[in-house]
Design a protein around this ligand. Structure first.
Ligand SMILES: NC(=O)c1ccc[n+]([C@@H]2O[C@H](COP(=O)([O-])OP(=O)(O)OC[C@H]3O[C@@H](n4cnc5c(N)ncnc54)[C@H](OP(=O)(O)O)[C@@H]3O)[C@@H](O)[C@H]2O)c1
Length: 310
């Protein structure tokens, strides 16, 4: 009965092993590069695993993604496709994401980038914005994170819209589903929040065509995945004034290279993939509970659907 852990960075790996071991005392838990008896390994706990990382383990019962997304696992061309993938979600993760979304939506809504620029120029300019009830905010993706974010925005008084693949009902949120309703949704979003999973269907979805469908001067917040965004299209949309600002938490290449134009762009706010960062003490409780449940029942609520891609 053993578990291997694969996370970039030795310190992080050791931190997670220590936390997991305290909760799963009957298990042997080791780093993936030093697994001991490979036949005994039945679970792999991973974030951005290397290609072929799972091949040495013939008896894997499940792969545990240390995050809500599974794109980093599916990216492995040599992934054993029959092994179930368990996502790591929970109230700490959704709480963190609702804080991030509320913070940045309110920041756009209240024109904080312009107010901060004015402060740097010692300019006293009372910018007047409408109340939240007259501001429409759209959330793409209405799952664990997007659904919670949409509820939070509605509770703040925003006119809240949501879009998902299949129709969702959320109190206080006007919902849209699928390609057929996408344009109607976008036409109303003064602030757009992306909380989609990264799949073939959503890769590059934040592109020139989408930006052109938003009301002029809209702002965009991407806390999904970097490859949702076509970076040059964003720069063009900001340049033309079609978009006024973007807040980006996720990037094609992470860490964002120091020479990347986003760092110094006056209309882009960069945050380093911290919207809802899972820490070992919190995350290991969720992971340990999921492994124990899967071990006894063969099922957990947070099982991903690899065919669907999320
Ligand atoms: N920045 C961060 O710190 C951070 C942290 C955690 C997660 N994330 C990202 O957030 C993503 C969402 O997490 P979650 O737990 O909310 O996922 P989830 O529970 O699986 O929900 C995904 C939502 O996206 C919708 N969706 C999927 N494909 C779609 C498509 N082609 N068109 C329209 N809607 C589509 C789904 O529609 P249905 O409702 O119809 O299934 C669902 O509402 C993760 O995959 C990850 O990439 C980022």
């Amino acid at each position: 009965m053993s578990i291997v852990v694969s996370i970039p960075g030795v310190d992080k790996t050791n931190w997670w092993i220590e936390q997991l071991q305290a909760l799963l005392s009957n298990w042997t838990i080791r780093p993936i590069h030093d697994p001991g008896d490979v036949e005994a390994v039945t679970y792999a706990v991973v974030w951005k695993p290397a290609t072929g990382a799972f091949l040495p383990f013939p008896n894997l019962k499940a792969i545990v993604s240390l995050g809500a997304g599974i794109d980093h696992v599916l990216a492995d061309a040599e992934l054993p496709r029959q092994v179930p993938i368990i996502r790591t979600v929970g109230t700490d993760l959704t709480q963190r994401m609702r804080e991030y979304v509320a913070l940045h939506v309110l920041r756009h809504h209240r024109d904080m980038p312009a107010i901060s620029a004015n402060q740097r120029e010692r300019r006293w300019a009372q910018l007047v914005v409408p109340p939240a009830t007259q501001r429409s905010v759209g959330v793409m993706g209405l799952g664990n994170l997007g659904g919670t974010a949409a509820r939070t925005l509605a509770s703040l008084g925003f006119e809240t819209l949501g879009w998902s693949r299949t129709k969702r009902e959320i109190d206080g949120v006007t919902t849209y589903a699928g390609q057929a309703e996408f344009a109607d949704f976008l036409a109303r979003c003064e602030i757009l929040v992306c909380l989609l999973p990264l799949t073939e269907a959503t890769m590059g979805i934040l592109d020139a065509d989408l930006f052109a469908r938003l009301p002029r001067g809209a702002s965009v917040i991407n806390a999904g995945r970097g490859p949702h965004l076509v970076e040059d299209d964003l720069l063009d949309a900001l340049e033309s004034g079609q978009l006024s600002h973007a807040t980006l938490d996720v990037f094609h290449v992470e860490p964002l290279p120091s020479e990347h134009p986003f760092w110094a762009h006056p209309a882009i706010t960069v945050t380093p993939h911290i919207a809802s960062l899972i820490d070992a003490p919190t995350g290991s409780r969720i992971v340990a509970a999921n492994i124990e449940r899967f071990e006894t029942t063969g099922h957990v609520e947070d099982l991903a659907n690899a065919e669907r891609g999320y």
